[in-house]
Design a protein around this ligand. Structure first.
Ligand code: NOJ
Length: 753
């Protein structure tokens, strides 16, 4: 068997070398040379085959294709008609299919195996929105690296992450998968994730190709309803939506996924101006673009393409290189080329891009490099991964309120009550995109407290769900059963402090999980109020995948901790924060609205012509029943330390390098980490600029009474913007600058460019 494998590897190398010999490119050792050589051997059907991705035979992350098509897929692999598969996992399973392609097809081109490894494979890290709240790029990079190590050990060589869609609408369920509302921070986080997944050497056996998605505008779905229409202006497109994608391309992301939505009337999947003009021509993207699940076929439903054949033609012309589950390319592209409707050069270009990534991954050197069962056993749930997940979980927690320093709780605190179904839940904290994880593998809050040697009594109060949901089912929330209330109220009555763990189920956010109500689901708000009536000493631990409208809680509850869905290590991280073994340092990356009526709400909005409240005047931009401001702004988060800002200095002598400094002092007795943020406002511009834009941040630790000077540099990159033709320009003029600990408070200054 081994000898046979060796022979095959040798034969394969000979094959590749002989490809190289036939090419006109003299540099047959270069990846480009190898790609060209291979391309020249391929039939049109084989090239189109590279552009075809099928779902695995047993698992789906989209609506399942009707009828069993496993046999057809097997046949297509043998013909060399399958470039990639998604949702096939496990070293053994991947090896089987890879073998079919490598040993069973004419040219033996290895398959790319893609999977949504979004925040971990088996060891689950916090949901991406939570990780973003850490503002810790190193930790985020490490989290992606850990995910890549586990995923690559089960045969995966390509993840459909990071999602770099900016979103301002908490109703949209997929905000959990992104980095929040800011393009500057979103770009930095996207880069960190790409570097984590792809590593320094893409051909190493533990690095995988990343995919920046969804290009473009998916996060701006109207009314926050997933897959809905996107209709936005050019300034938003160029300055908010595109920058994280551009940053991804500049940082060598290997693939881009387009999106389900129409953007100003054109489906993104068929949008040549996005994929050809901007992405490939202007930005020089060398990797390939994959459609989203069936998004080529869906162009007919958008009223844009006549039928699947037309959709395939439009998509390939627009620059979509690979078809995920529409079956449009494999069915019609050859015919379209033969009929002269599609230029074969487009097929060559797409196949070339896909083959290039395969060569870069080193799949031609060893197609089975990700299929080592020993490695799989060794690395899944590895101790180091657990530690990384714990660290990331702690860093993701945001302290929203801490009146009279109720937190941290004392280790010897007596009579602690823990209330809420989520406190005992081992599944929900894994979040929505935990495709590879095993059910019920999160450390629950209750377990975390026990691990932490805390004594407490527990009462559920009420079920959150009536049925255990799954990735593909709609969550059924308990809206009526309050039978557990009396027990919880009684427990609270006899306790000194109550930890209430409330929020959303992990499957209430994510794809297809939009909500119109952003309050605590089900009977939880009533439970909170019932407990509050008998004991006001409440620490509310929130678990959710999006900003919630917790206005009542903010008014009444003394301590609120945002604990998102923190993954495998949830309970341990929460216990460490509640009892002061970890000092929280997270800051929100999405504004929390007071009411759903304020949504979309975001800090970097424009000024209106009527922004000022003059007493008694009704004709200004406001609501008559709610304030304009968010409940908790972007960048906001408390700490057990206290940070004071002083001494803002601005040196604008060198207009290419304006220096802004502040002194930050930890005036408390607790060491802690602060995230200092710098915002600018370009007062007058040829295209009006937002009231504030984040242009720098630094995270650092300060010992008690320690002071530090934090310095930022602003250059053309930070001070310019895209005009409505998509051209980056820098305009002279006056700027306001603010440096502080969140988007609404800080020291203010100004400079002139
Ligand atoms: C649809 C989602 O929009 C996309 O993000 C994901 O990668 C694919 N399904 C594959 O699962």
């Amino acid at each position: 068997m081994k000898i046979k494998t060796l022979y095959l590897v040798w034969a394969f190398i000979v094959l590749i070398i002989s490809h190289g010999c036939k090419t006109k490119d003299n540099n047959t050792n270069s990846i480009e040379g190898k790609v060209e050589a291979l391309l020249s051997e391929m039939t049109i059907e084989e090239k189109i085959g590279q552009m075809n991705q099928y779902n695995g035979f047993w698992d789906v992350t989209g609506p399942a294709p009707s009828g069993g098509d496993a046999k057809m897929k097997y046949e297509h692999i043998k013909k060399g008609w399958v470039g990639s598969m998604l949702n096939v996992r496990g070293a053994k399973q991947v090896r089987e299919i890879q073998k079919l392609a490598v040993e069973g097809s004419r040219l033996g081109i290895p398959i790319l195996f893609g999977l949504d490894v979004i925040h971990g494979y088996k060891t689950i890290a916090p949901i991406p929105l939570a990780e973003a709240a850490s503002w810790d790029l190193k930790a985020i990079k490490k989290s992606a690296r850990t995910a890549a190590i586990e995923a690559s050990a089960i045969g995966i060589n390509w993840t459909f992450a990071p999602m770099v869609d900016v979103s301002r609408d908490a109703r949209w369920g997929r905000v959990m998968e992104g980095s929040g509302e800011d393009p500057y921070l979103g770009a930095k986080i996207g880069i960190a994730r790409i570097k984590g997944f792809q590593g320094k050497d893409l051909s190493a056996p533990n690095t995988i190709a990343a995919c920046a998605k969804h290009f473009a505008g998916y996060g701006f779905a109207e009314a926050g309803r997933d897959y809905n229409t996107v209709d936005i202006g050019t300034s938003t497109l160029y300055n908010i939506i595109l920058p994280p994608f551009k940053a991804a391309v500049e940082n060598n992301v290997k693939t881009i996924m387009n999106s389900f939505n129409i953007l100003n009337g054109i489906p993104s999947t068929g949008n040549a101006s996005l994929m050809r003009d901007i992405l490939k021509d202007e930005w020089g993207f060398k990797g390939f673009v994959i459609s989203d699940w069936a998004s080529i076929a869906e162009m007919t439903q958008h009223g844009f393409s006549k039928d699947l054949k037309d959709a395939a033609e439009v998509a390939v012309k627009a620059g979509c290189d690979m078809d995920m589950e529409s079956y449009g390319y494999i069915k019609y592209l050859a015919e379209l080329v033969k009929a002269g409707k599609v230029d074969e050069k487009l097929i060559d270009d797409a196949a070339r891009r896909i083959l290039r990534v395969k060569f870069e991954l080193g799949l031609f050197d060893d197609p089975y490099k990700y299929c080592n069962e020993e490695r799989e056993k060794e690395l899944i749930y590895h101790k180091d991964h657990m530690e990384a997940a714990l660290d990331m979980a702690r860093k993701s927690i945001v302290l929203l309120k801490n009146e009279k320093q109720l937190l941290p709780l004392k280790k010897n605190q007596k009579k602690i009550a823990v209330i809420g179904a989520l406190a005992a839940d081992k599944n929900s904290p894994l979040g929505s995109w935990r495709i590879g994880s095993d059910d019920n593998t999160a450390v629950s809050v209750i377990e975390g407290l026990k691990n932490h040697k805390v004594s407490f009594s527990y009462a559920k109060g009420a079920n959150l769900v009536i049925e255990q949901p799954t990735f593909t089912t709609v969550v059924k929330i308990n809206k009526t059963d309050k039978s557990g209330f009396p027990e919880a109220v009684k427990l609270a009555q006899s306790s000194e402090v109550v930890i209430m763990v409330l929020g959303e189920h992990g499957f209430q956010t994510g794809e297809g999980r939009s909500r119109t109500d952003l309050g605590l689901p089900g009977v939880q708000q009533e439970l909170l109020e019932a407990v509050y009536k008998v004991n006001r000493n409440i620490v509310l631990v929130l678990m959710n995948g999006r900003p919630l409208t917790i206005t009542w809680a903010d008014e009444h509850i003394p301590a609120i901790v945002e604990a998102w869905q923190l993954g495998t290590q949830t309970g341990n991280a929460v216990a460490q924060v509640l009892f002061g073994d970890y000092n929280p340092s997270g800051k929100l990356t999405m504004s929390f609205p007071r009411s759903v009526g304020q949504v979309p709400i975001y800090y970097n909005h424009y000024s209106t012509g009527r922004g000022n409240n003059v007493e008694g005047n009704v004709f200004w931009s406001h609501y008559i029943d709610e304030s304009n401001s968010p409940l908790y702004p972007f960048g906001y988060g408390l700490s057990y330390s206290k940070f004071d800002y002083s001494n803002l200095t601005i040196d604008d002598t060198d207009k290419n390098k304006i220096k802004v400094s502040v002194t930050v002092t930890n005036s408390s007795k607790t060491a802690g980490e602060e995230v200092t943020q710098l915002y600018i406002h370009d007062r007058t511009a040829s295209v009006a600029r937002p009231v504030k834009e984040l242009k720098g941040f630094k995270k650092y630790r300060l010992a008690p009474d320690e002071s530090k000077t934090i310095t930022f540099e602003l250059g053309p990159k930070e001070l310019g913007f895209y005009n409505n033709n998509g051209k980056f320009i820098v305009e002279k003029g006056d700027f306001d600058v603010m440096v502080g600990s969140n988007s609404q408070s800080g020291l203010k200054g100004e400079f002139t460019l």
